[in-house]
Design a protein around this ligand. Structure first.
Ligand code: ARG
Ligand code: ZN
Length: 881
């Protein structure tokens, strides 16, 4: 494990390497505990570099066995090798030479799941960001592109399947029950995209013919017996390949594309060239075991990793500070893909919810960082919602500012100009400037300034001149390391709505820049005035969530209710409703904390009813509207002095009031929505199930009985309805017999499938109130549970710490204390996982004083520990700073 050295890396220190490695040959002799890796590197000194410059290669936890230069064994004083560094001096005068390095590694004891490791007896690799240096010494940085040839040798019985990047070249039998395969990848690539998989797996195959006629063999490899559960992923893959051709003009470029699902994986998946490695959670699905959310997740992640082939692999990043160059852009592409496959509006609202739930708190807390950070201690801690999701929003804003045609022109230029490059954000912005002639220098601040801008908006309508004025003032709070901020270029998509939501067309716009339906805010404070507005309008602002900002406007409750009923843009419509509900939920949370009862007006209840029963709206949208903002949504709105118990009280009061008022019609709608025919994981079906399952929760509250949920649980023919019913049982009926029966039935049925059992762990970890902690402790001793496996750990410890507001943030601090101990245990096995989980405490300063003090104490306990990993050290120190 890499313990912290305190070293900080800075963007401005970037220097190209002194040496290039045009060709890399790797020869793996696989063995569970003693794998031998022989690497043969063709190395060239870069022109202009001094002839006595040493070659310094990266390593991490390596054992050097042998080293030769141009065929001759290197003498002891010609090099210095430590587990994490290899330095060679006295290199040949002409600067071109062959280096052969042999290392020995142990895949079995590798529990941090980077480099080469074993997952359920399958050998696999994870090299992004800096895992390749745990396999062999190398210039392990994204700008070091090399052409790889890989030979893998293993026991035929242990690993009949031998995969690596690129195209298969050779294979054969050896003596002693061993065999080998050779793979060659003609596309130069950085080491982080290297992959190897070897083991005994089942497969489903298919083919895809690209637009220009290339025949591609597709394979998805999974545990034997689970092949059928990979069919949806295969379908999603083929749709992704077609979509990237249709929408971005991008074709696949190898003869083979393979996906392997493994059960121990730190993240979602990895885009290794021609050989994607996936967390099996994002591959395996059938109606009985996967929810609609799982299906949508598989479709999105399969697409994401496939799209990386162009945005990430053919054009990679110059250095890790540019991570958003590939991630933000690829998230944007997978969002567009899902929007095209499903309902665009519903997908967009889900994205906005996700952004607000994860990225906004990150931007508002101690871990805030720019979309392109300028410094880091541990790069793995920057695979964040800011880099990914806000990074995607920034790309979306470029499209909003330029319009679809110029955006596509810019993307085409990006692919044409930078194919084969390790590029930067500056390169990316430049292609859009060149394609459009626009100056995007102010816009580029989105990559550099951390924090969520707020727009304070005021309006003025002059009846006499028929003029409507909007004044917008942008502000951005200081974030760690950035005290003063400059005004940004913020695209605010808008409409002015007259009676019944009709869009009023202004005759002209004056003041700041307005193009079509987009206000281009560029100054700290700007006025925009619209003439020819014949009636007092209600402005619909930030349509489609055109910028990742918060709004404070003087819209009244009446205006908001008007928008919630009439806005033709579903995103602003949903946003207006949410704002109305949040106002109520936060004021009630304060009342409850002060010992007063919650109050609820009939108007909100009536509004929710209208939406619930409006059959002209699609079911998924109605479900989103009826889902009352979550406890953490309410906490975020409150921002300070948070008391989760009061928040739960406020939320439940609203749910009860709505449930009681509409129980009759809810019951009727619930029956009408019952599934007809067999389960299909499409958007329409998912929408009906989502609506029906929100209604199930309301009805269970109104009826004060677990009967309906227990019946749904028992009769469900798919996991969406089964898991939803189980959720209602645990959330609403705690330790009742009905709940325990259902939990036992679930375990009896799925107890041999850990991936499915994760849902069982999650649902119990989320049980509200003080009892959750003991439940979590007890479940940690369950035979299926293991802190060695990231999915299990996230299901129990992750759901508890980031999803259970009342259970985790107990007033007595017991949740934090347990968490700190658990983080220290996990850190010894898997630092990346530990650091990621620990971010659950990033908002600790917003709690009320008693909880805040307990949280500080637990964080301090972690910080006091010696021998922390670099990963956890970085997070804990930034969190406490
Ligand atoms: N590039 C991968 C993706 O976004 C994520 C892998 C990151 N892994 C890591 N250990 N930091 O699809
Ligand atoms: Zn990615």
């Amino acid at each position: 494990m890499r313990t912290d050295t305190g070293q900080v890396f800075h963007l401005e220190d970037y220097k190209p390497t002194d040496f290039l490695i045009p060709e890399t040959h790797l020869d793996f002799s696989l063995h569970p505990e003693r794998t031998v890796v022989k690497s043969t590197l063709q190395i060239e000194r870069r022109e202009g570099v001094a002839s006595d410059a040493p070659l310094i290669l990266d390593g991490d936890d390596l054992k050097l066995v042998d080293i030769r230069l141009d065929g001759a064994v290197l003498g002891d004083n010609a090099y210095i090798a430590t587990p994490d560094r290899l330095e060679i001096r006295g290199l040949p005068e002409n600067g071109a030479f062959t280096l052969e390095i042999t290392t020995e590694i142990n895949p079995t004891t590798n529990r941090q799941l980077t480099g080469l490791y074993r997952s359920s007896d399958v050998y696999c690799t994870q090299c992004e960001a800096e895992g390749f240096r745990r396999i062999t010494y190398f210039l392990d940085r994204p700008d070091m592109l090399s052409v790889y040839t890989v030979r893998i040798e293993a026991d035929s019985s242990e690993a009949p399947l031998l995969l690596s990047n690129g195209n298969p070249k050779d294979k054969g039998k050896l003596t002693n029950g061993r065999h080998f395969a050779v793979w060659h990848d003609p596309h130069p690539k950085p080491a982080y995209l290297f992959a190897l998989v070897a083991g005994d797996l089942g497969v489903i195959t298919d083919t895809f013919t690209t637009a220009s006629g290339r025949h591609v063999d597709l394979g998805i490899y999974v545990e034997h017996g689970k092949e059928r559960r990979a069919l949806y992923a295969m379908d999603a893959l083929k749709r992704s390949m077609k979509w990237d051709e249709d929408v971005f003009g991008r074709e696949y470029d190898l003869d083979a594309f393979n996906v392997v699902a493994v059960s121990d994986f730190n993240m979602g998946a990895m885009e290794n060239k021609g050989l994607n490695v996936f967390n099996d959670k994002y591959v395996l699905a059938d109606p009985d075991t996967a929810t609609d959310t799982d299906y949508a997740g598989i479709e999105a992640v399969i697409a994401h990793e496939y799209f990386h082939n162009w945005t990430g692999n053919r054009i990679t990043c110059r250095d890790w500070f540019q991570l958003c160059l590939k991630e933000g852009l690829t998230v944007y592409r997978d969002h567009e893909f899902s929007a095209d496959m499903r309902s665009r509006a519903v997908k967009r609202i889900a994205e906005v919810k996700g952004l607000k739930a994860h990225q906004f708190p990150e931007d508002a807390g101690p871990l805030a960082h720019p979309v392109r950070p300028r410094q880091f201690r541990e790069i793995n801690n920057f695979y964040t919602s800011t880099v990914y999701e806000k990074g995607s929003e920034v790309v979306r804003m470029i499209r909003t500012i330029l319009g679809p045609e110029l955006f596509r022109k810019g993307m085409d230029l990006y692919f044409e100009r930078h194919d084969g490059d390790a590029a930067t954000i500056e390169d990316f912005i430049k292609v859009f400037e060149d394609a459009s002639g626009e100056d995007l220098s102010q816009f580029a601040l989105w990559y550099d300034q951390a924090g969520t801008p707020n727009l304070a908006i005021t309006y003025d309508y002059d009846q006499a001149t028929k003029t409507f004025e909007i004044e917008i003032e942008q502000s951005l709070k200081p974030t760690p390391g950035q005290t003063s901020k400059k005004p940004m270029h913020i695209p605010v998509q808008f409409a002015l709505l007259g009676a019944k939501g009709r869009e009023l067309r202004p005759r002209s716009a004056k003041g700041g820049l307005v193009k079509d339906d987009v206000i281009h805010l560029r100054k700290r404070k700007e006025r925009f005035s619209f003439s020819g507005i014949l009636e007092r309008p209600v402005p619909s602002l930030l349509r489609g969530f055109s910028a990742p900002v918060t709004l404070t406007s003087e819209l009244t409750r009446t205006d908001l209710a008007f928008l919630a009923r009439n806005d033709g843009d579903e995103v602003t419509r949903w946003q207006a409703l949410t704002q109305l509900l949040n106002a109520k939920l936060t004021s009630n949370a304060k009342r409850v904390r002060g010992g007063k009862p919650a109050t609820i007006e009939n108007s909100s209840i009536k509004l929710l009813g209208e939406i619930a029963f409006n059959v002209t709206l699609d079911e998924a949208f109605r479900a989103l509207c009826l889902s009352i903002p979550s406890e953490s949504d309410i906490a975020r709105e409150l921002g300070a002095n948070i008391d989760p118990d009061a928040i739960l009280g406020s939320r439940d009061a609203l749910i009860s009031a709505v449930a009681e008022a509409h129980a009759g019609k809810f019951a009727q709608t619930y029956s009408e929505l019952a599934q007809e025919g067999s389960f299909k994981p499409d958007a329409a079906g998912a929408g009906r199930r989502a609506l029906r399952n929100v209604l199930l929760d309301y009805l269970s509250v109104a009826e004060g009985s677990s009967k309906r949920a227990a019946t749904q649980f028992k009769n469900a023919d798919n996991m969406t309805d089964r898991a939803a019913a189980l959720g209602v049982l645990v959330q609403r009926f705690g330790d009742s017999d009905a709940t325990n029966h259902a939990l036992q039935a679930f375990e009896a049925r799925f107890g041999n499938d850990p991936l499915v059992m994760d849902k069982w762990f999650v649902v119990q970890a989320m049980q509200p109130g003080n009892g959750a902690l003991d439940k979590v402790r007890e479940l940690m001793t369950h035979q299926l549970f293991s802190l060695d496996n990231p999915n299990r750990t996230r299901a129990l410890i992750g759901a508890f710490s980031s999803g259970n507001q009342t259970g985790f943030n107990r007033a007595d601090g017991a949740g934090y204390k347990f968490f700190a101990e658990t983080i220290l245990t996990i850190d010894k096995k898997n630092p990346q996982l530990a650091a990621r989980l620990l971010t659950a405490m990033r908002s600790w300063r917003s709690f009320e004083p008693v909880r805040r003090e307990h949280a500080r104490e637990s964080l301090a306990t972690i910080a006091r520990e010696t021998g922390l990993s670099a990963d956890v050290r970085d997070i804990v120190e930034r969190t406490l700073a």
